[in-house]
Design a protein around this ligand. Structure first.
Ligand code: ZN
Length: 181
């Protein structure tokens, strides 16, 4: 059995990564330390909230694991990227397990570099989108969110060689063929 502290330490290695903005690392840090202010977390801390139901699917209680991994909305977004990379994950159902299983693949080179940005970019945008939904705004469709994730990854990798020689349209609209070229 692992001690809680050891486990926390182990996940810190996923936090501070090259080309990942600090705001995204801070969000993950909060998740790994069980302090992301989801409805479930707020209720546990005796903060009054209007609802405890996930604003994205409106079906289940909102926890970080639900919102970022198990929610049907998140599932649509993850499925798109898993299919694009031809990777299947063994149904992880917590954020931590998700990070662990993200390592299990045989990708290399450019593909692998993009792959490791996706998990951060998707979680970041799911959380941001949830914030909008919670304040009454319209949520993006899964397709819109996928496009936003691609744009974000492009920005994060703008100073690297990963997309050198490709134009923006190729990256955004011809994503699948670009990965496997
Ligand atoms: Zn949901």
């Amino acid at each position: 059995m692992q001690l809680e502290n050891e486990e926390g330490w182990e996940f810190d290695r996923f936090l501070w990564k090259k080309n990942i903005p600090p705001k995204v690392s801070f969000m993950l840090w909060a998740i790994f330390h069980e302090s992301l202010p989801t409805y479930n977390m707020l209720i546990r801390r005796d903060v009054e909230v209007q609802s405890e139901v996930c604003v994205m699917c409106k079906m289940e209680n909102e926890t970080a694991d639900h919102l970022l991994v198990n929610c049907s909305y998140a599932y649509e977004v993850w499925s798109y990227f898993l299919n694009a990379f031809k990777v299947s994950l063994v149904a992880p159902n917590t954020v931590k397990a998700f990070f662990e299983s993200w390592r299990m693949n045989s990708l290399s080179g450019r593909c692998k570099e993009i792959w490791w940005k996706i998990i951060y970019a998707v979680m970041w945008h799911l959380w941001k989108e949830r914030g909008k939904g919670a304040s009454g705004g319209r949520e993006k469709t899964a397709e819109e969110l996928i496009m936003l994730v691609k744009q974000t990854i492009m920005l994060w990798l703008i100073n690297s060689d990963v997309f050198r020689g490709y134009d923006v349209n190729q990256i955004l609209f011809n994503w699948i063929s670009l990965l496997h070229m």
